[in-house]
Design a protein around this ligand. Structure first.
Ligand SMILES: [Zn+2]
Length: 266
């Protein structure tokens, strides 16, 4: 599942490719024909991400294009000439030089300003947005009996955090994922929020999630190899980088949770 940094990168790539250009829009698959007709021939103004949601704005249209990639969605850009569409292309956007194809997304729709406000009001603060207010997340967490591991994945608590950041941030904070939100201290939350911002900004810059400090990697020189990027995520049974205890896993809120039982005691 793409995490928030992927959506912010996508928004930026869309801006670089499309800003100021008139697009041709179509829905080769047929599921977004009316929406595509409304976008067709309009000038692209901007794109932005909020959590795992992507929005496009077009000239002369108060509705926004709203895309949620879900588990398997892809929104990929290619250079012209565009071939005859193959498979389930929900939306194709074309300029004279490039074309973008959206496949497999869970949502692709035009939403009105009130619908957009309602959607954003349901989302927690997005650590990648300037001015994001961590207090809103804290007020949810401090009152909740739900585990912090589950709360971090709730998009109405924090928008954009997914399974990799969840596991890694909790390890770095030395917090057991099972600890109820109401037993997390404000100091722990404040430190965790600033760590999330740091890690997600790095992910947005580079496109990869690297959470390990150099001294904790198997190979300490050069860039982090893929197998050296994480402390606990997908490291079930491997020794903890800090203490050697085998990393554990269990299913929490339908997703695999990874943690070190020694570094993150209950
Ligand atoms: Zn450990």
């Amino acid at each position: 599942v793409p995490e928030g940094h992927t959506l912010h990168r996508l928004a930026r790539a869309n801006r670089l490719l499309l800003t100021g250009k008139v697009v041709r829009a179509s829905s080769p698959q047929g599921r977004f024909v009316e929406g595509a007709a409304l976008l067709n021939g309009r000038q692209f103004i901007s794109a932005e991400a909020y959590g795992k949601h992507l929005f496009h704005r077009y000239e002369g249209l108060s509705d926004r294009l709203h895309i949620h990639l879900g588990l398997y969605g892809k929104f990929l850009a290619h250079a012209q000439p565009a071939p005859v569409p193959i498979g389930a292309v929900r939306l194709r956007l074309e300029t004279d030089t490039d074309y973008l194809e959206l496949r497999g997304a869970t949502q692709c729709e035009l939403i009105t300003p009130p619908e957009r406000r309602e959607l954003l009001a349901r989302l927690g603060p997005d650590p990648l947005r300037p001015g994001a207010d961590p207090e809103r997340a804290w007020q949810r967490i401090r009152r909740s009996k739900t585990s912090i591991g589950q709360l971090l994945m709730n998009q109405d608590v924090l928008a954009g955090v997914g399974n990799v950041y969840r596991a890694e941030v909790l390890f770095r904070a030395q917090l057991a994922p099972h600890r109820p939100g109401q037993e997390v201290t404000e100091a722990e939350f404040t430190a965790m929020w600033s760590d999330i911002v740091t890690l997600m900004r790095a992910g947005m810059r580079t496109g990869v999630i690297v959470t390990t400090l150099r001294g904790d990697r198997d190979r300490r020189s050069g860039p982090a190899r893929p197998e050296d990027r994480h402390y606990v995520y997908r490291r079930t049974g491997l020794p903890c980088r800090r203490c050697g205890t085998p990393i554990r896993t269990e299913v929490l809120a339908t997703r695999n949770l990874f943690w070190c039982p020694t570094c993150q005691p209950r």
